[in-house]
Unconditional design. Sequence first.
Lengths: 116, 110
Amino acid sequence: DAGVIQSPRHEVTEMGQEVTLRCKPISGHNSLFWYRQTMMRGLELLIYFNNNVPIDDSGMPEDRFSAKMPNASFSTLKIQPSEPRDSAVYFCASTPPPGGSDNEQFFGPGTRLTVL
Amino acid sequence: GQQVMQIPQYQHVQEGEDFTTYCNSSTTLSNIQWYKQRPGGHPVFLIQLVKSGEVKKQKRLTFQFGEAKKNSSLHITATQTTDVGTYFCAGGTSYGKLTFGQGTILTVHP
């Protein structure tokens, strides 16, 4: 299995530009999570989906952030317009349906975003 | 909302010394998970604890879940340089959402 796939791995953009981060969860997983990691704030949950439906978006910082999951194999996190304080590593993670021994989250490699 | 506190923030040890990180939740947890993140990498699942007072071992790593299901610890015996990284605890709910602690950064000096 290829694991969770994220693209791009690195993104450098200028303030005000739109940024789109992409995630392909592990096939068969039905929950998908977007996290942001910074030194100051640690690992923060932004939003998560279950069966393609957003369940909890209380961690989305503000209206500049939006996330979609049009199908079971693809999700996007968009920032528009981007600001320097959005610079962070963004992780996507997925989990299989409940019923297994552990409901561990499988993380992708992350996208390192730098907003100048 | 649920808060998960983890201490210490940093721990520097000499190779061969033991290491412990502690995790405390503001609310009773359904389960607790532990993850390890190597420098420049992504969090990788280590273990999940579900039962009150549960203790699990993985080689040199011992994980405990408190009786009240509000605290947990990870103990590493005789650290090795390969143990370097950040260790996170994450409090789980019955519907899969995790709240991560701030992590403990472990440095091991050879």
